[in-house]
Design a protein around this ligand. Structure first.
Ligand code: SAH
Ligand code: F3S
Length: 470
């Protein structure tokens, strides 16, 4: 009897690394003969890649598991990722879950799924079955023992514009609020040769931009540092630039403020390939709070870094993560933080509301901030982020920048930008190297994703910058 091809649907919660890993896992299943389908169609298997960075990550992860169960109550539900790694017993209590897998050995998931299917059909052949509620199987190892970077297969997308490349996993910094070192384990870097190989394949497949990413990307090579010539993010980037001259754009996803060596600055200022964009998590613009967070720098050091960057790399976009409502954060702390952020003038902010994570140092601190205060502070910063984005974009109006077009986009109806706008005009959206999102009108109907075009920035309104292809 011919076996029907089994289908698998996946959903990712949380960060970009999770998204990338989900794609890789689906590739493993594809190679094993499974067909990938949409999450809302009844699938044979549901893979939920979870997040636990805040309590919202936990909640959304649980909601997705329940949604999968509703989509197909007969399905096999596999739960992996940081929430599974951290709280396997909580996941086990959710009805319908078959397999709970941590953040290690993930290429093996498919083998276990096959075994579970085999078991299921064997059970079905036994007569007089009484319904036994089978407990989900937990396969979660102690991530603190993880020592090497785990290779997962590369998945190519249909729209080949920008690709993430994972160069590192884990974090050993233990900021006092953060659960990540517990769910991802210590820093494990990916050998430079593997990184280079993957980028060559991506460029051959037509990708125009590569984003180097990780859990603590700028710790790259840390575990190998023993005297002599030590690999780090700067040497990795240099290798990539030398080995893949055909790569048009290279972006770095995130750099800790204490991990920006002069050498990296030099390479960045001399290379046309590396994007003038750095995401440098600040967390708070108040020194007392930074200390409590166990962040290893002061606001003065941070500001000096940004000034050094701006001197070396003109037009650089600096974006950051800010957390509000850390235990003990008073209005005074917050106001100092707000003013610091305002004066440094970032290009964008990612705002987080502090969420106590059991097992971290900060969760046990007194003076937890009330939810409405966190919300109000977060709203203030979100509004500031909006102004900062606009201020940054406006400073480039009148200049011509290269834009990598990604997808057709819409612009607000009420926009009065284009006198020549008519039914035939389509808008395409893309980013400049310094991360300004630009929309350009295109009259001909064409697929432009992955094309570089020189664009004159004409106007900046709210969150959209309009340009004209020159
Ligand atoms: N080091 C990483 C960031 C990890 S997590 C990097 O390279 O970018 C991403 C962001 O989540 C952090 O920068 C922080 O702002 C936020 N975050 C971490 N723990 C949190 C918590 N307990 N509550 C709220 N936000 C948190
Ligand atoms: Fe978290 Fe700090 Fe590492 S924010 S991921 S512990 S650098």
């Amino acid at each position: 009897m011919a076996l029907k091809t089994k289908t698998i649907a996946a959903h990712t919660l949380g960060c970009k690394v999770n998204q990338l890993e989900t794609e890789s896992l689906l590739e493993v299943f594809r190679t094993a003969g499974y067909r990938v389908v949409n999450f809302d169609t009844p699938a044979d298997i549901y893979l939920i890649n979870t997040c636990t960075i805040t309590h919202l990550g936990d909640r959304k992860s649980r909601q997705m598991i329940r949604r999968a169960q509703r989509c197909n109550p007969e399905a096999m539900i596999v739960v992996t990722g940081c929430y599974a790694q951290r709280s396997p017993e909580a996941v086990q209590k959710i009805p319908g879950v078959s397999l709970i897998w941590g953040n290690q050995d993930r290429a093996e998931i498919v083998n276990w799924v096959e075994q579970l299917f085999a078991q299921k059909s064997a059970n079905l052949q036994v007569e007089d079955q009484t319904e036994v509620g089978l407990e989900a199987l937990i396969r979660v190892k102690d991530i603190r023992q993880a020592q090497v970077f785990e290779e997962l297969p590369l998945a190519l997308e249909r729209d080949r514009t920008r690709a993430l490349v994972k160069v590192e996993d884990g974090c050993s910094q233990f900021c006092s609020y953060c659960i990540v070192p517990y769910t991802r384990g210590p820093v494990r870097s990916r050998p430079a040769e593997r990184v280079v190989e993957e980028i060559i394949r991506l460029v051959e497949a037509g990708y125009q931009e590569v984003v180097l990413t990780g859990i603590h990307t700028s710790a790259y090579g840390k575990e190998w540092r023993y005297g002599g010539d030590t690999p780090n993010l700067a040497t990795l980037i240099q290798k990539i630039l030398e080995a893949v001259p055909a790569l048009p754009r290279l972006r770095i996803s995130s750099i800790e403020p204490t991990e920006m060596p002069e050498r990296l600055l030099e390479i960045m200022s001399q290379s046309k390939v590396i994007c003038r964009h750095l995401h440098i998590p600040l967390q708070s613009g108040d020194d007392e709070i930074l200390r409590q967070m166990r962040r290893p720098y002061t606001t003065a050091q941070y500001a000096a870094l940004i000034q050094r960057l701006r001197r070396k790399i003109s037009g650089v976009a600096v974006t950051t993560d800010i957390m509000v409502g850390f235990p003990g954060e008073t209005e005074q702390h917050f106001n100092r933080s707000f003013n610091f952020i305002y004066e440094l003038g970032f290009s964008d902010l990612h705002v987080f509301k502090y969420s106590p994570r059991q097992g971290t140092l900060a969760a046990a601190l007194p003076n937890q901030v009330a939810a409405p205060d966190k919300e109000a502070r977060s709203q203030q910063l979100i509004a500031l982020a909006h102004d900062l984005r606009q201020r940054f974009a406006a400073s480039f109006v009148g200049q011509t920048l290269e834009v990598l077009l990604e997808e057709e986009t819409t612009i607000p109806k009420e926009s009065n930008w284009l006198p020549e706008r008519d039914m035939k005009t389509a808008f395409w959206g893309g980013y400049t190297d310094n991360y300004i999102r630009v929309a350009v009108p295109v009259v001909e109907k064409a697929r432009l994703s992955g094309r570089f075009v020189p664009v004159l920035l004409v106007d900046s309104q709210a969150d959209l910058v309009l340009g004209k292809i020159i």
